[in-house]
Write a protein that binds this ligand. Sequence first.
Ligand code: GLU
Length: 258
Amino acid sequence: MKKALLFVLAALMALSAGGCASAASGTAAIEKAKILKVGVKEDVPGFGLLNSSTGAYEGLEIDLARLVAKEILGDENAVSFQPVTAKTRGPLLDNGDIDMVIATFTITEERKLTYNFSTPYYTDSVGLLVKKDSGIASLADLSGKTIGVAQSATSKDAIQQAADEAGIGIQFSEFASYPEIKAALDSGRVDVFSVDGAILNGYVDETSVILPDRFSPQEYGIATKLQNTELAAKVDEMIQKWLADGTIAALSEKHIKL
Ligand code: GLU
């Protein structure tokens, strides 16, 4: 009798230990690794930017990652940054290369089926970057034009919807990265570069201008694996706390120059 009970206990312990190693293990995997691996942008000023002169990452999303590391591991430096793009951030999270994405990742109903998102920490909107000499001043001038957008980004749907509402016919050309869209804009292969205003800020130069038009609010959330609901709940609790106590407002003020 006693032996049977011990066996059941041992089996239960083995089961829960196995559970700890799985994806649905809260912060156990991060604590074991002693480092928080975060996917961030490297080309978005104010959010996630790899400063070429210091070699360090900086921005609101970088500071948020440090705060999350401090909450989970007690050390704001226990974080490793992995540069991601709109195309790579999901797969890197799926295969466990990173623990979370803090990289201008817009919360959408469709994406919520694949990832857990925190409460939004920032709201941006989609903008249009054109060459100064293009003669394009607003959405109304886009009839017949080609819009360069990134693969896996929300931009195409946002601009298509705005163009449909305005009764304007446009076409799209899709690219894997933002430097490629900027090069296409410069060489005339696309007429417009469209993505969130925050991201366009990293590409505007003396030959180009961001138009005043803005489309589709883009709410940024911290994304974690769908199965790890425990980690998602913890991260969401942190964001809610930092929204309520003014931490996020102060960091936005520090980093984001509008
Ligand atoms: N924020 C938009 C998105 O999540 C633009 C793409 C990007 O973040 O790079 O689709």
